[in-house]
Design a protein around this ligand. Structure first.
Ligand code: PLP
Ligand code: ZN
Length: 375
């Protein structure tokens, strides 16, 4: 088990209290994951049942709300088979608890008392909650424009909020500077966050009777779920548990789609994006740090990038609500993209597509009321 850098190939011990490489690039965890199926199935239905694949040395340090093993439910989607994974049923209302549970547990194991994170929403809420549960001081940097209900949630967990004027990028810069003197528990920089999100893949595999689906349709901003799922399925393959991995369809909003553009225009750099407001605020990331890694993951899976319009997001959100799923608008982009895939015959009716429903609508009720219902 070790930390390693894709850019310069340098390696570090797994317990070094660092969050990036000396060369300035992000790090990843290399781990020889094991999946003892007969032991796994006897354990509690939470994400820690895959402990032989998680880079923690001491189980006593685990910070957990018994999270994970979210329901995977089957629905008929315009004549096609879809399994929705209800990731909005986590304790803080989004899939980010996967990453937070692992990362904060590791922070505790490393003996770190204080962390910094920047996000305007779900990732910050998740980190703040797990820090609250473990007595770790947490400084959250947010853009001045962050949504009121998410800020309320973060504040209620007792995190110290620092509001930064300007763009999302300005907030990231301020947090980055603060992290020089502290530990950066960033959901996109820190390699341990992705070690938590990879449990998404393990759960899907187990819930499908130890098989993989044909397709995954995933919203992508910084790619914490997409890369986590990719790592997870790769580890299952490397350990001989599965032969194939799913095709990954990555979804962005038309109003902010740097990765879609790099992929389809064959760019070798991230284009400058003029940020436009979108209902899908969770994926409004114009400069995703791990963009090369995300591109590679999608390409190697034989998948592609899709983009959805604001109208498609609204109609998908409405349709899902009418089936009993109350989601935040960002979560509607993947089902909206599945509708495109079906229409363009990019998926076959005999194939199973897994679609995560990533965040609860309860945090975005005001926005939904004004932008979707016209209340
Ligand atoms: C509800 C929701 N879905 C999807 C995403 C996308 O996650 P990522 O930015 O890690 O790709 C986010 C990110 O904040 C989110 O809040
Ligand atoms: Zn490096």
């Amino acid at each position: 088990m070790e930390l390693w850098c894709r850019a310069c190939r340098r390696k570090y011990g797994i317990n070094e209290p660092i969050w990036r490489c000396g060369c300035g690039s992000p790090l990843d965890v290399r781990i020889d994951s094991q999946f003892p199926r007969d032991r796994i199935v006897k354990r509690r239905p939470n994400l820690w049942r895959y402990r032989e694949a998680l880079p923690l040395e001491d189980e006593v340090r685990v910070v957990s709300f018994d999270e994970g093993f979210t329901p995977l439910i089957f629905r008929n989607f315009k004549g096609f088979q879809v399994a929705f994974k209800l990731e909005y049923l986590f304790p803080t209302g989004s899939f980010k608890d996967r990453g937070a549970s692992l990362l904060v547990s590791k922070v505790r194991e490393l003996g770190i008392q204080e962390v910094v994170e920047d996000s305007s929403g779900n990732a910050a809420a998740a980190i703040a909650a797990y820090c609250a549960a473990s007595g770790i001081t947490c400084h959250i940097y947010v853009p001045e424009t962050a949504s009121f209900s998410k800020l309320t949630q973060i504040r209620m967990y007792g995190a110290r909020l620092v509001k930064v004027p300007g763009s999302r990028q300005d907030t990231a810069r301020a947090a980055f500077e603060a992290a020089e003197k502290s530990y950066y528990a960033s959901h996109y920089w820190n390699p341990f966050f992705f070690q938590g999100t990879k449990t998404f893949a393990f759960e899907v595999w187990e819930q499908l009777g130890f098989r993989v689906p044909h397709n995954l349709v995933i919203p992508v901003g910084h790619g914490t779920l997409l890369l986590g799922a990719h790592f997870g399925f790769q580890e299952l393959k490397a350990s001989g548990m599965v032969k194939e991995t799913p095709r990954i369809f990555a979804v962005q909003s038309e109003n902010c789609c740097p990765l879609f553009r790099v992929f389809h225009e064959g760019l070798t750099y991230l284009p400058q994006i003029v940020e436009k407001e979108s209902l899908a605020e969770g994926i409004g990331i114009s400069q995703p740090l791990r963009w090369k890694q995300i591109l590679e993951a999608v390409k190697s899976s034989q998948g592609t990038f899709l983009k959805v319009s604001e109208e498609e997001i609204v109609s998908s959100l409405r349709e899902l609500s009418h089936q009993g799923f109350f989601l935040e608008p960002t979560s509607a982009v993947a089902p909206a993209a599945l509708a495109q895939l079906v229409k363009r015959e990019l998926v076959h009716s005999s194939e199973l597509s897994v679609v995560p429903l990533t965040g609860t609508g309860l945090k975005a009720a005001d926005k939904i009321a004004s932008k979707v219902l016209d209340l």
